[in-house]
Design a protein around this ligand. Sequence first.
Ligand SMILES: Nc1ncnc2c1ncn2[C@@H]1O[C@H](COP(=O)(O)OP(=O)(O)OP(=O)(O)O)[C@@H](O)[C@H]1O
Ligand SMILES: [Mg+2]
Length: 257
Amino acid sequence: MSLLKVSHVTKRFGGLTAVDDLSFDVHEGSIKAVIGPNGAGKSTLFNLLTGFDRADSGAATFLGGDLLGRRPDTVVRRGVARTFQNTQLFEELTAHENVLVGVEPSLRAGFVRSALRIGIRAEERDARERADHILRLLDIERWRDVIAADIPHGVRRSVEIARALATGPQVLLLDEPAAGLNGAETQSLAAALYRIRDHGATIVVVEHDMGLVMEVSEEILVLDRGRKIAEGPPLLIQKDVAVIEAYLGEEVEDDDV
Ligand SMILES: Nc1ncnc2c1ncn2[C@@H]1O[C@H](COP(=O)(O)OP(=O)(O)OP(=O)(O)O)[C@@H](O)[C@H]1O
Ligand SMILES: [Mg+2]
């Protein structure tokens, strides 16, 4: 079943079309990768889907409801969470507290219940336990009480994923989660992505690490200058001429990939 449906979405910045008439589906329970050279429009796509930017035209439906043009917090409450290309944590808070920040929106429902005398203490304990559970899911529980400023880069990325997961999303959008990770950290990220998926979240991951992309994704969407140039299972994408050209073409001008 298609959980998220993107139809003819376009975003222009002045004369530049960052996302160009883009359509694709994300199937429930899948891991989908979005790849493409620098500037292809991958992060812009996430910004449009999560209310951080407005599309010029097109639509995106999630669980049958409209997603575009909503506020970021509304998008999260509807069940779509994201991480950013540059990790954004509360530096003075511990890993556990950073994850609790993510639990907070669902805690609001708890405040309503507490008004009905079910008790705020139980709600708070629930939230703390949930944050601990998510730290374990990402295999970072040993960093629980360390403040973000003292946590190494590879672990910080996992804390950010944990915080997004704490909102209880049905779809998790990850923008380059493997950036700056070493081989062992990338392997552990791959395992975490499977565990997250098995816990019921659908994942869309923007990533430059082709090893990770080929390993975890069931389907790959390839963007180049805002346009979809290919979409399909990893084995077909690896052999796709347009994809190879997009990457080789970039290599001549920019060896950043
Ligand atoms: N707020 C903005 N204002 C103007 N141009 C922008 C803005 N955001 C993105 N762009 C431009 O839109 C294009 C797509 O950018 P985007 O960040 O989505 O690419 P990307 O695929 O995420 O690239 P990377 O792999 O480097 O992260 C780029 O040419 C970028 O310079
Ligand atoms: Mg980007």
